[in-house]
Ligand binder design. Structure first.
Ligand code: ARG
Length: 573
């Protein structure tokens, strides 16, 4: 059914055409609540061109409107804005359609569109750190949004599984005589990595052996490859534990995947005349990119020793994603520190003629740092920034304490499940609800508050909605088969209009990729629901059926919204 905003845009554009013969898209936007529901600002612009009084242009637009019965009030304000207030009858009929729409009023895509969301992307032999956690949470949410809107989404984990650092790790593993059939954990691997690094820095002979292992690995020597595969497998098991706890799915396609393409990519760029040699390194100079001194900033694609780098891999990746995956939209989620890198990759891909912005859209979704309550870079209890699993388990533990305070004899099995849903949900929600480009402060106490913009408050609201339906005890499908929503009370109208705006919020989110649009929306939804429930009796009232259906629609929108955020719900709390 699409959004009301697009519907109004269409109607007002028609009205512009029939009044003035102009084919322009009407400028419609949501209003501040006290002025009505939507406003149209087109009269002012039209009046300029037509050299007419904007208020009389506005009046003509209103006169030519086909759908006057949708509104209880249409007002010209100020120099020529038009304010629209939807009538309760129209709004009610919209909600009665919305509840039957599988997309709940959002607009899914009408053809198959391939899309890549690349996120998480940790590095082998290193544990995920909080930055990777943010990438995982934000990326998963963005992927869920587009999956809901029926895009064909490929979720890629661009793992850092290649590079010269593997040489020293392999040399160390050989030196220690570790067997690849042996069981090892990610923390052990990290320990070896640190030890190998130390050996590398201190012992020139070890350094030589490490460099030799790099060459062996690059020429696919079976022994080096076997050890490398083992290292990757151990790492993978470590990450998987975290993805499982978070409920996140990812397809692993690490940097090594693009190895076979690196040489060709550099060759192609050279053939296109884009490459210049500077200090022995092959570089691409792109317009508009300068360093701090104002000198042209190169994108290095092959180092002077002939080695390829992070940028070469990313160029191969974007090329592969456009031509092999046939992606029409590509989103990469990393810390905001990499934003210049991605702007340069996108610009280079455009210059190479691979990326045509008419056909594909690319976005780097950057995010800020995670800070501890002290305002410094976040550290877990053990003092190591890397122990991500501890951080998640700690959140679950905090949630458990909170539940026990309220309900000391909670049943152990339920307690366990509820603590996990609340704890993990709280971590995700705290991240998603802060504007992603800013640094955000991590605090267990704040994220687990019952009041305010938190996961706990939303999950509690959901439980309350379930409770109302349980208490009334009617079969909701039966009620819906014989009754309709009929809004009357101002709190009902306010909740109803907010419900109908679900699709608008998802459209906004898909455009700028800020998940906090959705959290803000759900928070207001919960508040409006609580106001409605305070002001309007449901059980045993004359309006019982209508209000029950309104609750059901609220429940569905809230559930769908939480599911896009990656939050599970519970029936009781
Ligand atoms: N592995 C990188 C890191 O830990 C992130 C990879 C981001 N994706 C990319 N295509 N460069 O910072």
């Amino acid at each position: 059914m699409g959004t009301l905003l697009t519907l109004l845009q269409k109607e007002l554009s028609l009205s512009i055409f029939s009044a003035f013969g102009e084919e322009i898209e009407a400028d419609v936007s949501p209003s501040l609540e006290e002025f009505g529901h939507y406003q149209c600002n087109s009269a002012l612009r039209l009046a300029k061109g037509l050299k007419q009084n904007p208020r009389s242009v506005a009046q003509k637009l209103i006169d030519h409107l086909r759908c006057k019965e949708w509104f209880s009030k249409v007002e010209i304000a100020g120099p020529g804005f038009i304010n629209f207030t939807l009538s309760p009858t129209f709004l009610s009929s919209q909600l009665n359609l919305q509840i039957r729409d599988p997309f709940l009023g959002a607009a899914p895509v009408d053809r198959k569109i391939k899309m890549i969301v690349e996120f998480s992307s940790p590095n082998v032999a290193k544990e995920l750190h909080v930055g990777h956690l943010r990438s995982t949470i934000i990326g998963d949410c963005i992927a869920r949004l587009f999956e809901f809107l029926r895009y064909d989404v490929l979720r890629l984990n661009h793992i850092g599984d290649w590079g010269t650092q593997f040489g020293m790790l392999i040399a160390y593993i050989i030196e220690k005589g570790f067997e690849t059939s042996q069981f090892a954990t990610l923390p052990e691997l990290m320990q070896w990595y640190r030890a190998a690094k130390k050996r590398f820095d201190e012992d020139p002979e070890f350094k030589k052996r490490s460099q030799l292992e790099v060459v062996r690995l690059q020429s696919e020597d079976p022994k080096a490859m076997a050890i490398w595969r083992w290292i990757c497998a151990v790492s993978r098991k470590g990450y998987q534990e975290i993805y499982d706890l978070l409920g996140v799915n990812l397809l692993e396609r690490g940097e090594s995947f693009y190895n076979p393409y690196l040489k060709k990519v550099v060759q192609e760029l050279e053939e296109k005349g884009l490459v210049q040699v500077s200090d022995g390194a092959k570089c691409i100079f792109l317009e508009g990119f300068k360093n701090r001194e104002g000198e042209p900033l190169p994108l290095i694609i092959q180092k002077s020793d002939g080695g390829y780098n992070y940028a070469t891999t990313d160029l191969a990746a974007i090329r592969y994603r456009i031509f092999e995956d046939r992606a029409e939209r590509i989103i990469c989620v990393t810390d905001i520190g990499q934003s210049l890198h991605f702007q340069m990759i996108f610009a280079a891909a455009e210059k190479a003629g691979w990326l045509d912005l008419q056909k594909a859209k690319v976005d780097h979704v950057g995010f800020g740092l995670v800070l501890g309550p002290d305002g410094k870079k976040f550290k877990t209890r053990s003092g190591e920034t890397e122990k991500l699993i501890d951080l998640l388990n700690e959140a679950v533990l905090h949630a458990r304490k909170l539940i026990l305070e309220r309900n000391p004899d909670a049943d152990e099995k339920k307690l366990e499940q509820l603590s996990r849903v609340l704890g993990i949900g709280a971590v995700k929600y705290a991240d998603l609800s802060s504007s992603r480009t800013k640094d955000y402060t991590f605090s267990y106490d704040r994220m687990l508050r019952f009041e305010g913009n938190t996961a706990v408050f939303l999950l509690y609201s959901f439980v309350r909605l379930q409770g109302i339906e349980r208490k009334v005890g009617l079969d909701i499908t039966q009620v819906m088969a014989h009754h309709q929503i009929a809004l009357a009370h101002p709190s009902e109208i306010s909740l109803g209009f907010h419900l109908r705006r679900f699709g608008e919020v998802l459209a906004l989110f898909s455009a700028d990729l800020f998940p906090n649009h959705l959290t803000d929306y759900l928070y207001s939804l919960a508040e409006k629901f609580h106001a409605f429930f305070r002001d309007c009796r449901v059980e045993g009232s004359e309006e019982e059926e209508s209000r029950l259906i309104l609750c059901e629609l609220t429940r569905r929108v809230l559930k769908q919204g939480l599911s896009i955020l990656g939050l599970e719900t519970v029936d009781r709390m």
